[in-house]
Design a protein around this ligand. Sequence first.
Ligand code: HEM
Length: 405
Amino acid sequence: MKTRLIDLNDTELFVSGDPHAAWAHLRRESPVYWNDVGDGNGFWALTRYQDIADVYRDPAAFSSSQGTVMGGSYRSGADSASGRMLICSDPPEHRLLRQQLHQGFTPDMVRRVSACVTENVRAAVDRLLAAGGGDFATEVAPVLPAGLLRAVFDLDRDQIQHLLGVTRAMIGHRDPEWHNGRDETMTLVGTQVEILDLFAELIERRRREPGDDLVSLLLQSEINGRPMTESQILYNCLNVAVGGNETTPYTATAGVLALIEHPDQADRFARDAALLPTAVEEIFRWTSTNAYVQRTATRDVEIRGTLIGRGQSVTLWNASANRDEDQFPDAGRFDLARTPNQHIAFGIGAHRCIGMNPARAEITILFEHLRSLGVRFQLAGPIERLRSNFMLGIKHMPVTVTVTR
Ligand code: HEM
C-alpha cells in the first residue's frame, strides 16, 4: 500500500475497507502523516501509541478548543461550545467544568446506571432468545445507553428513544441512513439543535421541579462563585448524552462480532467466568469505537523531526495506537486474558473519558449476562458499517443465537 493513497477522511475506507491495514502501514512508514484533502488543506495523523500519548498530555501545545472531531461534531472554535463544553475546553476552563460534571459521576451514579442497564439487558436478551435471533445492533445494543439515560437524566421511555435517535443521527451524520432528505451538514446542524432544544426544555422542567438527576445537580452548581450558565449546562448535557449514547452500543456490537470471529476466545470465555475483567478491557482495546480525537497546534511543534505548524489540525488515532506492536505484544491478536492492557480507548490525561466507569459497567453487565446464559452467536447476514471515520460502528448485525447451557 502506498502512503499517498491513504485518505483517513474517506469514509469508504471505514465502510468497506480495512482501516487497520492503513494504520499499520502508517505506523511503519509514516507515523507523522500529512493527510492532504486538497486545496492546500489537510490534517496531521499520528498513529503510534507513544506519539499519541505525548500529545494527549500536552494541552498547552495541542488545544481542544477548536473541536475534537474534524468537520465539527463537537463544534469548532468559532462557535459558542468552545470553552463551555467539557470536550472543547482547555485549562483552566476545562478543570472548572470537569469539577462540576464530576459531581454527577459518582459510584452511586454507576450503581443506578448498573441497575437500569441490568433490567434492560435481561429484557432485550430474553426477546432475542425468544425470537432465535435478530439485529443485535438495533435490538440489543441500544438498551445500554437507554439504561444510562434513565439513570442519569431521569427521562421517560419516549424521551429516551427520541434522544437515542437524534444522537445517533448526529454522530452518524455522514451516513445517508440518517439523512432524511437532508445533506451531511444539515443533518449535523439539525440534530444538534434538536438535542439542545430537548435539554433546554428539560432544564426548564428541573428548575420548576428539581430531582436528583444530572440537570438538577448542574443547576445548583457554581463556577468561581457563580451559577453555571444555561449554555454551559446545555452544552455539557449534549456532551454527556452524545458521549454516552453512541460509544457503548457500537462497542457491544463490535465485541459480539469479535467473539463470533474468534470462536477459540468465545469458548474460553464460556468456560472461565474469571476472565470477565480482562475480557472487557480487551473488547475496549480491540473495538476502539472512538477512532480518533482531534487537537489543534497552538504553536509550531516538532514531532519525530516533522514540523507541525501553529493552527494545524492533529488527529490522534486511538484505534491505531491500540494495535501498536511496540505497546501490545501480538497486538493483532484478540486475547481475552491480555494483561497488562494499557489501551487508550478512553483517551489519556485531563480529558480522559469521564463516562469510563459507567461504560465499563454497561459492557461488563452485557457480556456477563450473555456468558452466564451460555449464549452463542452466528452471523445471519452481512454486517453494515457506519459511514464515519470518527465512530467505528456497526449499524446492522443480523444474528442467530443458540444457548449452550
Ligand atoms: C465505549 C465507551 C466510550 C468510549 C470508547 C469513549 C471515548 C472517549 C474518549 C476517547 C474521550 C477523550 C476525548 C478527548 O480527549 O478529546 C472521551 C471523553 C468524554 N466522554 Fe467518553 N467514551 C465512552 C463512553 C462514554 C460515556 C458512557 C459517557 C457518558 C456517560 C461519556 C462521556 C464523555 C465526556 C463527557 C467526555 C469529555 C471529557 C472531557 O473532555 O473532560 N463517554 N470519551
